[in-house]
Design a protein. Sequence first.
Length: 146
Amino acid sequence: MKVVCQNRKAYHDYHIEETLEAGIALTGTEVKSLREGRANLKDSHVMIQGAEAFLFNCHISPYSHGNIMNHDPLRTRKLLLHRNEIDNLTAKANIKGYTVIALKIYFKGSFVKIEIGLAKGKRLFEKRESIKEREAKREIERAMKN
């Protein structure tokens, strides 16, 4: 499994309740650009419209050796999920405070997969608290190492 990009800020801004793997419908130049590692998941989110899930604000840079037929970097991309998975996500995302966000894009064999997560936003004091916990954990590990 080769990870192309991760949304590290998501773990800082949200509590990730549940994760799910989905396929993603891409054009040829988008796949080539992903193989070069040129993607950004910052501020990307998933919306469910009707019976389909779509990925918004995912930036995949144009392919470096592409021509006039290159793709639009911020286009809306369809996610490939089973109907029952979409229904479960819809039911859980409709609860107040929950959203579905993209966590990472990776290659599984020759297929491009995206990991999406059901997330609940953190408040400012929760963000500070998680930073304090992480720093305390680092100090404990340093002390144990020495």
